[in-house]
Ligand binder design. Sequence first.
Ligand SMILES: Cc1cc2nc3c(=O)[nH]c(=O)nc-3n(C[C@H](O)[C@H](O)[C@H](O)COP(=O)(O)OP(=O)(O)OC[C@H]3O[C@@H](n4cnc5c(N)ncnc54)[C@H](O)[C@@H]3O)c2cc1C
Length: 437
Amino acid sequence: MSSETSSFLIIGAGVFGVSTAYHLIKKYPSASVTLVDRDAFDAESRVAASWDWNKCIRADYEDIVYCQLALEAQDVFTSDPLWMPYFHETGIYWICRGDYAKDVINNFKKLGRKVDISAFPISEARKMYDGLFDDADYSGATEVLINKTSGWAAAGDCLRAVTRKAIELGVQYVTAEASGLQLDKDGRCCGIKTTTGTALNASHVLLCTGAYTPKLLEFSAASSGLADLRAGSRIVAGGITTGMWKVDDKSYEKFASMPVGFQGYTADVGGFIGSLPPTKDREMKWWGQKIFKNTREVLPGRFISAPPNERDYAQWKVSGPLKEDIRYASHVFYGKKTANWTQEKHRICWDAFTSNGDFIISPHPAAKGLYVATCGSFHGYKFFPVLGKYIIQMLEGTLAPELAGRWAWDRERPDPSLNPEYPRVEMKDLLDVSAKL
Ligand SMILES: Cc1cc2nc3c(=O)[nH]c(=O)nc-3n(C[C@H](O)[C@H](O)[C@H](O)COP(=O)(O)OP(=O)(O)OC[C@H]3O[C@@H](n4cnc5c(N)ncnc54)[C@H](O)[C@@H]3O)c2cc1C
């Protein structure tokens, strides 16, 4: 690939797309790099999973590959002036079920990273942080993992800042919605068509379209007649509810310097639940345990999970049962402590999932010139600073074989039943009763 003269069309300005654009323009300042997204990068509201109040930043993985990758990303968050303002090293408090804590600590040891990380018996942990998590649900829990060097990032602010930096360096940002891929007469992907009928062309087309990816590929397969473009069971769009609650003045004093909280569960129970520290507006964020699909007919006879049809994925329309999921999340961390807090806002955040949480960062074998980099699978944000480096290696064919194998389009995919963080239920079963009628 002669990258100085190549042109890159990156569809989707979440962490996968923006990181790629930023790394590309830094590495190849005279290349043509265009980022396309349906939302302006500084819009008041965006559909990107990466656009959020805050996200947890941690390297506490039982999978050593992601542990190492997250450490590399966190080193950028703690040392590079572009990223540093957005990272808050509050530590994490992780209520573990199973051997999670031991596996994570072993990974840090194997990687030779000396950080302030330990597992505590539950009785001891409950007294820590001034008893903040004393009322949490510890049923089935084995121990509590505390890593003082983990924390959270102001996610939307960081995404905006890095996008702005990429634009300053020469990336072009186009606000437009891709309706399908364009293939030339030899079957090579040469660009996209937008919903307003404009064509955008480049020698490399990279899909970083998150939860919308299966639908875009489905539409592209229909318009081109190339069935192999479809994602099939590789990528499933899944939604999770987040909630922001206003912390009352008295509680704020106690919660202002809290660590990120995690309730980890095994696959038979469900996905892990998170509790993030209050923002500057004194709002605390939770995400719920229900990870759901939205399977419907997107084209005649074609049923896939996709975000709702509305332009904003109907992300602010949250049903009673999903709000209840947030109430449950607050309860398993703080018991009755949150009884007087006001539920401020709720949002459904849509992400792309693979069966075991591996990303897909790969050429698309059905069309030359087409590449896919997405499937954050509910954990992709923290890798924002380094994703682009690895995506460029994929584009250049220099990705280490282990990563290329894991992130390949075509590979054997483990059974999702072993993955707690996988969409299992349908959104239609979680609507208000009146909406179902
Ligand atoms: C509730 C929730 C909590 C999470 N918490 C964490 C956390 O604490 N820490 C962590 O590391 N990760 C977390 N994640 C995961 C993380 O947010 C995602 O994995 C990651 O942000 C995905 O990035 P992306 O670039 O693939 O997709 P997105 O951020 O969704 O970006 C995709 C972009 O593509 C654009 N797009 C899509 N289709 C089109 C089209 N046809 N035309 C033009 N533009 C298009 C969209 O507008 C969007 O901007 C969480 C996810 C969820 C859902």
